[in-house]
Design a protein around this ligand. Structure first.
Ligand SMILES: [Zn+2]
Length: 318
């Protein structure tokens, strides 16, 4: 009898864990208590949209004629020789992008859905620092493993698919962003698009299928910009587009140039047109976001803001 009770309990606990793992995670934070808090000092802009296209190789943009990204490069400031970290895998790399720290500092070397022991990354994210300064933050993740970056209290709104290998296509993610922007105006909006990585693993990087996925992501950026124009006002936000890693053959993760070279594009408010000469590491992205918003980066961060991409503009007021 006792054995059966233990067995039922064990089965119940497996079922509950499985159900939790399968459900998408929609996380909202309690509104910040802003009474008595000065509104954030003006930076270059009050609104930053950061897009990461999973597995996008810089040379794919022209090869597959991704017209929106080509436009952003033409009108904005960009580098096609930015570098991601080692291992050039999704979660360690995005953690560097969003924490301003290399893996030795942030400690995220794993690339799967979290276990209870290491539920969230243990260092400050760009979301937490910006929110503490009084900015509203939102993140739309397209893979389940990003749950590690949904730190409590750092994001006014965030979402990630459930399941061990949960993934949403960019059409789904951007539709959700559009709905969100109809009622909310986060000052820092992060959007992760997953399509090129999926196609790279199934059909090979730079294959025809990969090319179709790059075009899907390109179209998603276009749709996202339309929604951002409506929400923030055209010309009233800065847009950064980058990637977590490239790829070759059917994978990535190594230190070969095809895996570690990523695009880094700035466009919109305060951006000067041109090619960025500075050497860019992916962990310079979070410092750049904070610098744009006029927020000091934590002392511990290794990255530096890529100020070369921007010109002084009149103080941002909304
Ligand atoms: Zn990835």
């Amino acid at each position: 009898m006792r054995m059966r009770a233990y067995l039922s309990l064990a089965l119940l606990s497996i079922a509950v864990t499985a159900a939790m793992a399968c459900a998408p995670r929609y996380v909202t934070s309690k509104a910040m208590e802003l009474a008595g808090m000065a509104s954030p000092a003006a930076g270059v802009t009050r609104n930053v949209v950061l897009v990461s296209i999973d597995g996008l190789r810089p040379d794919a943009i022209n090869h597959f004629k991704a017209s929106t990204l080509q436009r952003l490069i033409r009108e904005g400031s960009s580098s096609m020789t930015a570098r991601t970290i080692m291992p050039s895998t999704t979660l360690p790399s995005h953690t560097s992008m969003l924490t301003g720290e290399p893996p030795d500092e942030h400690g995220v070397f794993w690339n799967n859905v979290q276990t209870a022991e290491r539920e969230h990354v243990g260092v400050s994210t760009v979301f937490g620092v910006a929110r503490k300064a009084g900015y509203r933050t939102a993140a739309f993740f397209s893979k389940a493993k990003f749950g590690a970056l949904q730190q409590p209290g750092t994001l006014d709104y965030s979402q990630a698919p459930g399941g061990w290998w949960g993934r949403w296509p960019s059409t789904r993610t951007v539709a959700d962003v559009r709905t969100h922007l109809q009622t909310e105006k986060p000052n820092l909006l992060f959007v992760h698009l997953s399509d090129p990585d999926r196609a790279g693993h199934s059909s090979g990087w730079m294959s025809a299928e990969y090319g179709r996925a790059v075009i899907d992501a390109d179209l998603a950026v276009k749709n996202l910009m339309q929604a951002a124009d409506t929400a923030y006002g055209a010309g009233n936000y800065s847009l950064l587009v980058t990637a977590d890693h490239g790829g070759h053959g059917y994978g990535h993760g190594s230190s070969t140039l095809e895996d570690v070279t990523i695009p880094w594009i700035a466009w919109g408010r305060g951006v000067t047109a041109g090619v960025i000469d500075e050497k860019i590491d992916t962990f310079d992205t979070a410092p750049t976001v904070l610098w744009l918003l006029g927020v000091d980066q934590p002392d511990a961060w290794d990255g530096d803001a890529i100020v070369e991409a921007f010109a002084p503009v009149a103080a941002a007021t909304d």
